[in-house]
Design a protein around this ligand. Structure first.
Ligand code: WQD
Length: 344
């Protein structure tokens, strides 16, 4: 007997697709909503190859309330929604802020309106550690002050959290959990789903794997003059499979009726690693020698951030289990599978 039906917006995306797999493995019935503006149909085949069946997908834009209404009318007994659908390229958001405000904020507002009409009251929202800006102290807890965002992308996440908070305080029956991701990396161990960066990757790990695969000439490490053990930035790299499981635990908490209004959780490993440590982990895990150089700092980079995960551990009962090396190996296996596909 399938457990509850969960709508997953952006379910064909990087974190969305891994979460759809985790939901099925936990006995839920995920229904994907995706407009494929920043994901590929091949992710649906990858999910099907892992779980042994195809997952229903509605090809609609989440900013289109009428289209969302159609999905809610068609899908009966929706127990909850996980909202991933958003653009997430920091640099692009600086160049095209309206695209980000329209899509990231507009889609949440449209979704909340339709959820209200259909009395669907459980929402898990995809937020980001970017809301912490440059933290005063480390590791960051959920009480670390949210700061002015460094980019329109980060501001959309901050605004969405405020929308959810205001809605909860308005006495709305919609309850939500906002998961503040640190740096998602890696891919499903089957290498059938993973990150599909469009164009030149801005994120570290896909740039590493594309460099090792010969697609990129050389990785540039953005600065080694920071106040860290080896001078390079510190991040909390979390395996996407662990991150996906955090969403299942959040859904279980929502459906269990344990959320009063809105709750925030950091989702990371609780460990910080420098960029050079990440590169060394990749080389150790794959046996590949990476061609990289040290270059200038990247504007807007937060020098150091990693999570205090006490709250997720104690309240959600969630802890990550993968190591940085395992995450890097899975990223490399995924890259190799893409090369194989491109040869066919
Ligand atoms: C990680 C580290 C870079 C590329 C962003 C968003 C965040 C989330 C993840 C969406 C930094 C260094 C990177 C390269 C490098 N996005 N780096 N050379 O900036 O921590 O976070 O992506 O949810 O919200 O802000 O991730 O992977 O870009 O960078 O040296 O070619 O790797 O300086 O220290 P970031 P990233």
């Amino acid at each position: 007997m399938a457990k509850e039906k969960i709508l997953v917006t952006g379910g064909a995306g990087y974190i969305g697709s891994h979460t759809v797999v985790a939901l099925i493995e936990a006995g839920y019935e995920p229904i994907i909503i995706d407009n494929f503006s920043n994901s590929e149909e091949s992710a649906l085949a990858g999910i099907a190859a892992i779980v042994g069946r195809s997952v229903p997908c509605h090809r609609i834009d989440c900013t289109d309330a009428a289209a969302l209404r159609g999905v809610f009318e068609q899908e009966q007994n929706i127990a909850g929604v996980i909202h991933f659908a958003a653009y997430k390229a920091v640099g692009e958001s600086v160049e095209q802020p309206l695209k980000y405000y329209h899509n990231n904020v507009g889609s949440l507002v449209a979704l909340l309106q339709v959820m209200g009409e259909f009395k669907v009251t459980n929402l898990v929202f995809s937020s980001s550690c970017t809301v912490y800006g440059i933290p005063e102290s480390l590791p960051v807890t959920e009480q670390t002050p949210v700061q002015k965002a460094n980019s329109p992308y980060g501001n959309t996440k901050k605004i969405c959290e405020e929308i959810l908070t205001d809605l909860a305080n308005s006495g709305s029956r919609i309850k939500s959990i906002a998961l503040r991701y640190f740096n998602p990396i890696g891919a499903h161990p089957s290498a059938k789903i993973g990150e599909l960066p469009l164009g030149v990757p801005s994120n570290l790990v896909p740039f590493i794997t594309q460099t090792a695969a010969g697609i990129r000439e050389q990785l540039t490490v953005f600065g080694d003059d920071y106040d860290t053990p080896d001078g390079t930035n510190i991040r909390d790299y979390v395996h996407v499979v662990d991150l996906a499981k955090a969403h299942v635990v959040a859904v279980e908490r929502m459906i269990g009726g344990k959320v009063e209004a809105i709750e925030f959780f950091n989702v990371g490993t609780g460990r910080g690693n420098t960029v050079l440590e990440a590169v060394q982990a990749f080389e150790r895990a794959t046996g590949e020698k990476l061609n990289y150089k040290i270059g200038p700092r990247r504007a807007g980079d937060v020098p150091k951030i990693y999570a205090d995960v006490t709250k997720a551990t104690e309240v959600l009962g969630f802890e990550t289990t993968s190591t940085l090396d395992e995450a890097m190996k899975s990223a490399w296996d995924w890259q190799l599978s893409l090369q194989d596909k491109s040869k066919k």
